[in-house]
Design a protein around this ligand. Structure first.
Ligand code: F6P
Length: 359
């Protein structure tokens, strides 16, 4: 007897915890007597003749601690449905029709799409074209409105914290200001959480435009209290009150952010006379083993995605709300970024422990 089949793919930037989701999907599906096809390199694996591998117990054994994704990913290619903050692009009809035919020929009844905002925009189009989709929210940026948390975020924050622990010792030895630029696109979650956990003195996030003179004043006040070193965390999407977000030239796909760290370091040195250095943490935040939380969240998301297919709740995205894994319409997740509220308790807590936001 032929077994029911489902498909799974990982799309967009990778992050720690993707393999935990894949393992959760495979084990939960096997329990129901289903087969799982893992499509390779994101949505591209759906193109004719179909590029996939059968994922079973053996293929997913021992993958939980591994970073990245065993089935590959891309944020480029034929299925890019989003090019920037809020900018939508349509996936070509022929591309969608080709993918639908491949899935039909392979007898895939439901497709689990593990991705961020852009991948959910693509999922929405596939669903509208009659492909049964379930979304699983992933991104280190933690910026999806429809879920209280994405997996990958906690691991990225842990990497930022580790980097800050290391920067503290060299900063103190040299009495320097150390600036750390972190990822997060248009949201400051990684900078805020990582900066708080890593004992930063100044945190600059996109949601609170900063003033260089205020940063200099905070550093000078610190020096007057006898602390000659300082740690500054800058989100890649942060900008000065009268400045712009620093972008790299657009390549295929989305705009790339980055470069603000060096500018902040230069301005601090010019205004305070302090020796200042910048480190860009970059893709280290996306690599390596997932934290406990991301392994557990990833597993829960994978299991829930299979349950949603069993219940035929197509067009839904797994969502984490009030400590429970639930689901919402994929449409609720697209183009609705969750940003840090400047009035939030986290920001107030940071201010209470003398962290300046440069405002
Ligand atoms: O969305 C995740 C993310 O890591 C962002 O924080 C960052 O701006 C972007 O992806 C980097 O993308 P790429 O891997 O294409 O350089």
């Amino acid at each position: 007897m032929t077994k029911p089949r489902i498909g799974v793919l990982t799309s967009g930037g990778d992050c720690p915890g993707l393999n935990a989701v894949l393992r959760g999907v495979v084990l939960a599906a096997e329990k129901l007597g289903w087969e799982v096809l893992g499509f390779l390199d994101g949505f591209e694996g759906l193109l004719p003749p179909g590029n996939y591998k059968l994922l079973g117990r053996r293929e997913t054994a021992g993958i939980m601690p591994r970073g990245g994704t065993i089935i590959g990913t891309t944020n480029r290619g034929h299925f890019v449905a989003k090019v920037g903050a809020g900018d939508r692009a349509e996936v070509a009809e022929k591309v969608i029709a080709d993918a639908r035919r491949v899935l039909q020929e392979l007898r895939v009844d439901g497709l689990i799409i593990i991705g961020g905002d852009g991948s959910m925009a693509t999922a929405l189009q596939l669903q509208a074209a009659g492909i049964n989709c379930i979304g699983v929210p992933k991104t280190i940026d933690n910026d999806l409105e429809a879920t209280a948390m994405t997996f990958g975020f906690d691991s990225a924050v842990a990497t930022v914290m580790d980097a800050l622990d290391r920067l503290h010792t060299t900063a103190t030895s040299h009495k320097r200001v150390m600036v750390l630029e972190v990822m997060g696109r248009h949201a400051g979650w990684i900078a805020l959480h990582g900066g708080l956990a890593g004992g930063a003195h100044i945190i600059l996030i996109p949601e609170i435009p900063f003033d260089y003179d205020k940063i200099a004043a905070a550093l000078n006040a610190r020096a007057e209290r006898g602390s000659l070193s300082a740690i500054v965390v800058v989100a890649e999407g942060a900008r000065a009150k009268d400045g712009q977000v620093v972008m790299r030239p657009m390549e295929e796909g989305e705009y790339r952010l980055g470069g603000i760290g060096e500018i902040v370091a230069r301005e601090i040195a010019a205004r305070t006379g302090k020796e200042t250095r910048c480190t860009v943490l970059g893709h280290l935040q996306r690599g390596g083993a997932p934290t406990t939380l991301d392994r557990i969240l990833g597993t829960r998301f994978g299991v829930q995605a299979v349950k949603l297919i069993a219940e035929k709740q197509f067009g839904s995205m797994v969502s984490y709300q009030n400590y429970q894994v639930q689901h919402v319409p994929i449409a609720d997740a697209v183009n609705r970024l969750r940003l840090v509220s400047p009035q939030s308790q986290m920001v107030q807590t940071a201010r209470a422990v003398e962290i300046s936001f440069g405002d």
